[in-house]
Structure formats: structure tokens, C-alpha cells
Design a protein around this ligand. Sequence first.
Ligand SMILES: C[S@@+](CC[C@H](N)C(=O)[O-])C[C@H]1O[C@@H](n2cnc3c(N)ncnc32)[C@H](O)[C@@H]1O
Length: 192
Amino acid sequence: MKKLEDSAKRGRPDIVHFALMEALSTPLFLGNKMRVYVHTINDRIIAISDNLRIPKSYFRFEGLMMNLFRDRSVKSDEGTVLMELADGTFTDLLGSIGAGKVIGLSTAGVRSTAEKVAGISRDVENCAFVVGGFPRGHFAQSTTRLLGPVYSISNVGLEAHVVIARLVYECEKLLQEGVDHEGDKERGKIGA
Ligand SMILES: C[S@@+](CC[C@H](N)C(=O)[O-])C[C@H]1O[C@@H](n2cnc3c(N)ncnc32)[C@H](O)[C@@H]1O
């Protein structure tokens, strides 16, 4: 691996496995409020469907990924598509999801908090959060130029799954606040 270009940003599917386990087991994802995509260093896009429950065993995850790269899709026993693989750049991915805003997460970003960063999504249709699934290094220039603001949510470097967990939790709290707010309006506690 070390001989390959950008070796620090390849060869760690375990990081993606961990990140997906985190994202796909949250109430936000299970409640169909978040879509999840993986863009790989060699321009493949993996679209995760709402029905995917990622295997906790890395061995089984690896098997699933091998099937995906061979067949370009993974289906459930009932025929529902769980994951699809397509060729495409990061630009293609952002275009296909119609992201209203693209927010990068990096230690090199402007210092903020997970709460404030998640809050940006409140007024944006299809807000995309971009987290690096690699152990070291920063986003490529070609990726950075497509990011809107880039924020750091801690004064230390975090693992990708921790960043995802914090952002998702803040988004869940925002949605809950919206529900409570509507409930209060209906009960006449606050003016419409
Ligand atoms: C293990 S880090 C990669 C190392 C990279 N040098 C960095 O610190 O951003 C994996 C990913 O987690 C996210 N990340 C790590 N620490 C962060 C922080 N303090 N604020 C925001 N995102 C962070 C970034 O998206 C990063 O690409």
C-alpha cells in the first residue's frame, strides 16, 4: 500500500465499515431522514438504500462489498436493492443528490461546534455533510473546491465515526425541536 499514490488515504475499508455502522444505526437514518453515500478515491459511488442494515462483522461486510463490486448492486432475498455501485466523481455525486449546501468536516476547517454545523441544515434543502473515510491527510484539492464552508467541530482530531455520531445527534435534536415546536403551536402555547 505504501508504494501507492496517496497511500494514507487508501486501503482502510474498516474505517468505512465503522462509519457506516454508526450512521446506519441512528434514528435519523432508520427514520428515513438521512441518505448515505460513499465516494471512493477511484471515483466509484456507493448509494446506500434506506433498507440496508450493515453487518456488524467486518468479515461479512467485506463479503457484501465484494459482491457489490462484482455485481454492481446488492439485493435482499426479496429483491429489494440495498446498495448500488456507479462510476462517478464527487462532482457527479453532489449533482445527483441536488445538494443545496455542501459542508466539509475537517480539522483544517473553521472552528465551530457540531450543534452549530448541524444547525446550518435547518434552512437548506438537501444539506450534504462530507466526512473523510481515511486515517490521515486531508481532502484532495479537487474535493475541497466543491465544499462550501469547512468546519472543525473539536480542537482535536476525531475519528470519522465520532464526527458522524455528533452531527447526526445534533440533527436529530433539531428535528425533535421542530416536532415539539409544532406541538406547542397546536396546543396554543406559542403564536403561529
Ligand atoms: C481520522 S480523520 C482524518 C484525518 C485528517 N487529518 C483530519 O484531521 O481531518 C477522518 C475524518 O474525520 C473528520 N474529522 C476529524 N476530526 C475532525 C474535527 N475536529 N472536526 C471536523 N471533522 C473532523 C474529517 O472529515 C476527517 O477527514
